[in-house]
Design a protein. Structure first.
Length: 55
C-alpha cells in the first residue's frame, strides 16, 4: 500500500463535497467520498496510471 498526502485545501473541499451531498443523502455522501479516496489510493500506487488511458 502506497501513501499519499491530502493538502488542507483539498481536505476542506472534500468536506464541502460531503456536506453538500449529505444534505440529501448521507449514505450517498459517504459513498462518493469513499470512491474519491479509492482513486487517491490507486493513483498513489500507480502514479503513471493516466498514461494507460486512451482518449
Amino acid at each position: 500500500m502506497s501513501s499519499y498526502i491530502i493538502s488542507e485545501l483539498a481536505r476542506e473541499d472534500l468536506i464541502k463535497i460531503w456536506e453538500f451531498i449529505a444534505e440529501d443523502n448521507q449514505a450517498a455522501a459517504d459513498k462518493v467520498i469513499g470512491s474519491i479516496q479509492e482513486k487517491f489510493e490507486m493513483l498513489s500506487c500507480y502514479p503513471k496510471w493516466d498514461m494507460f488511458v486512451e482518449t
